[in-house]
Design a protein around this ligand. Sequence first.
Ligand SMILES: CC(C)(COP(=O)(O)OP(=O)(O)OC[C@H]1O[C@@H](n2cnc3c(N)ncnc32)[C@H](O)[C@@H]1OP(=O)(O)O)[C@@H](O)C(=O)NCCC(=O)NCCS
Length: 162
Amino acid sequence: MAAGTGTQKELCVQIVDLQPGDLPAVRALELECFSDAWSEKLLQDLLTSSWDKAWVLKEDETVCGYSNFRVIAGEGELMRIAVHGACRGRGYGRLLMERLLREAEEENVEDITLEVRASNAPAIALYEAYGFQKEAVRKNYYSGPTEDALIYWKRSGKSIDR
Ligand SMILES: CC(C)(COP(=O)(O)OP(=O)(O)OC[C@H]1O[C@@H](n2cnc3c(N)ncnc32)[C@H](O)[C@@H]1OP(=O)(O)O)[C@@H](O)C(=O)NCCC(=O)NCCS
């Protein structure tokens, strides 16, 4: 996919599987975006975990975003989705979400959950735009600062065992 207009050089925007060489950039994204930033070791574990898929979104060769999707016992969890502050509002969050949902479809994952800080309006708007619905609140779940977690689910409606 290419982005850009007029005489500006067009950017090559692509989503690719996380590679070892991306870890420092992803660690920097973690530090920028999350109060409980994952360590480089934890990020490295994503490369070999059979539960996890992780992708980076690159503008040319620069990492602008990443996401991590975990599937356990047929149930999916959106663990991380993050876009560098300077790159937000360009549709990259949507692209990462669509990559993740495509993976879920390919893996026959019917239900996907996530948790989000109650004040995180941009992320909540993104999730709701893709059909996630709030089902529960975990009071004071987050620290630094203390805040409720909202638990969202996107359910296919196919499962009969709920
Ligand atoms: C959430 C996040 C990934 C969105 O990334 P982004 O690239 O800016 O998102 P997009 O440009 O693709 O926008 C997608 C949708 O998100 C919502 N959104 C994005 N920014 C928003 C804002 N500032 N206010 C309200 N809604 C917003 C809108 O619904 C938007 O759709 P629209 O443009 O059609 O209205 C980004 O804000 C981010 O990385 N935040 C920090 C990390 C984080 O909080 N991750 C989620 C943890 S649970």
